[in-house]
Design a protein around this ligand. Structure first.
Ligand SMILES: C[S@@+](CC[C@H](N)C(=O)[O-])C[C@H]1O[C@@H](n2cnc3c(N)ncnc32)[C@H](O)[C@@H]1O
Length: 224
């Protein structure tokens, strides 16, 4: 049987952190929807490492924004990179941030206490809109299971032209935005290409139990 480690109620529904019985992995669910676990973390980590390599060759003091804390794997990779000078983490569910700070997820309390980290509780669209223009080097978005599998309907706007243009405007020249998706998302690729002038897709094979599938990373770079 699965064991609930923490549960909170937000305006979007129940937020639950549980330990699975079968494999002992931690799992995060929001409103009954699977959001993240500790069993398959490779693409969430690649989201960070691939983008940092693209945006920060030979650099120090890189400025990163991570949209969606989840179980913290993307953030941990960001902080492991010595080229990163600051990381702004934006997470919608305040209770989840508290659980990390209380040590319910291994390793992340230290990450959130890292002197380079600033944490905002809120919608990444609103937080990013309030940021200054042209001052980010890397923008990492992993807030749903992709545009075809939204955790919240309101997040649909995060994959459309207006928000992607805002992302491009918040990046410095040469800065990189990357978006995680469980399924291929041609509309997202088109919208990113329109907003940035380019878009690259990296598809990574993943084995989920007996199922072979792929997860997808969409990356776009601001000219500079
Ligand atoms: C798939 S998880 C992120 C996984 C993360 N990359 C990791 O390494 O564990 C998605 C996270 O985004 C949060 N989220 C969903 N919509 C959001 C939004 N509009 N703004 C900020 N965070 C959001 C969810 O609460 C959840 O914690």
């Amino acid at each position: 049987m699965s064991g609930h480690l923490a549960r909170a109620r937000s305006e979007r529904g129940d937020v639950v952190l549980l330990r699975r019985a079968g494999d002992g992995a931690l799992e995060l669910r929001v409103n009954g929807v699977f959001v993240m676990d500790t069993a398959h973390t490779g693409t969430e980590r690649l989201l960070a490492t691939a983008s940092l390599d693209l945006a920060l060759p030979g650099r120090t003091g890189g400025r990163v924004l991570v949209g969606g804390l989840g179980l913290g794997f993307t953030l941990l990779e960001v902080l492991a990179d010595p080229r990163v000078g600051s990381a702004h983490v934006v997470e919608l569910e305040g209770a989840l941030v508290d659980w990390h700070r209380r040590g319910l997820v291994p390793g992340t309390a230290e990450a959130l206490a890292d002197g380079r980290v600033r944490t905002s509780v809120g919608d990444v669209a609103e937080v990013l809109a309030a940021e200054p223009e042209g001052e980010l080097d890397v923008l990492l978005l992993d807030v749903d299971n992709g545009p075809g599998h939204l955790v919240h309907d309101r997040n649909a706007a995060l994959y459309r032209a207006e928000f992607l243009e805002l992302c491009a405007a918040r990046l410095a020249p040469g800065g990189t935005a990357a978006i995680w998706s469980a399924a291929e998302a041609p509309d997202l690729a088109e919208a990113l290409a329109a907003a940035f002038g380019d878009c690259a897709l990296t598809s990574v094979p993943v084995v989920l139990g007996r199922t072979e599938t792929s997860y997808h990373l969409y990356t776009a770079r601001r000219a500079g």
